[in-house]
Design a protein around this ligand. Structure first.
Ligand SMILES: C[S@@+](CC[C@H](N)C(=O)[O-])C[C@H]1O[C@@H](n2cnc3c(N)ncnc32)[C@H](O)[C@@H]1O
Length: 209
């Protein structure tokens, strides 16, 4: 079945989010944003588990953080980490414009460092940063995630390169190797139950036992 058809079934978002997605697709204000089927999965998970505390690694310009805020109970909060100052600054502006500045806190910094000092107790973690670093983040992610908490790792099929060696670009070899390590670890780690779902660029959906 054509992906365009499946995407066309996804409900329309708020005008604010649609405008932000459009702006982020323009060359002069480009920013990477979660794919629509993955975005729909995030909303579904949030409405299922109703998390109180959410952590996102990889804010970009704040699209997915605002999307999550739209779909969380009133007393929930989000911490989102971004190392690229330009993105973090734009995200803070976008979050303010969305009215969610009390719900979403942007931490500007390298995730490997921030995750180290952050206190735990998260019910949902959305991992959407440098794919080659997921394996490095994992010990802190496991510490920060509550028992019964859900971890969603995005882009784990990495444009088909994870399943098909022939597709691996030379300069991506190290990232692909590290993503393989990550997938093998989250599939076999005794603290997690994980399912790989081939939507968008591939996600891994894990629950902490
Ligand atoms: C795919 S984008 C995030 C998109 C965002 N979640 C959304 O859907 O709106 C990835 C972002 O993660 C940031 N990033 C990558 N590696 C990071 C790291 N190690 N620490 C903090 N931020 C990182 C990048 O600068 C980029 O803005």
């Amino acid at each position: 079945m054509k992906q365009e058809y499946l995407d066309s079934l996804i409900p329309k978002r708020s005008d604010f989010l649609d405008n932000l997605r459009y702006k982020s697709s323009l060359p002069e204000s480009y920013a990477p944003i979660v794919q629509k089927p993955t975005e729909q999965l995030i909303i579904t998970i949030l409405q299922m588990i109703k998390p109180k505390r959410v952590l996102e690694v990889g804010t970009a310009v704040g699209y997915s953080a605002i999307l999550m805020a739209d779909n969380l109970p009133d007393d929930s909060s989000i911490i989102t980490i971004e190392r690229y100052k330009k993105h973090a600054d734009i995200a803070v502006d976008n979050i303010f414009a969305s009215g969610y500045e009390k719900k979403i806190r942007v931490i500007e910094g390298e995730a490997a460092e921030v995750l180290h000092w952050l206190d735990g107790g998260f019910d949902f973690i959305f991992l959407d940063a440098a794919k080659g670093q997921y394996i490095e983040f994992l010990p802190d992610i496991l510490r920060l995630l509550n028992t019964g908490g859900v971890l969603l790792s995005d882009n784990i099929l990495y444009h088909g390169m994870i399943e098909d060696d022939d597709k691996v670009e030379r300069r991506k070899i190290t990232i692909v190797k590290r993503l393989h390590m990550y997938l093998e670890e989250i599939m076999s780690n005794e603290k997690l139950t994980t399912s790989i779902i081939p939507i968008g660029d591939g996600v891994a959906l894990s629950v902490k036992k």
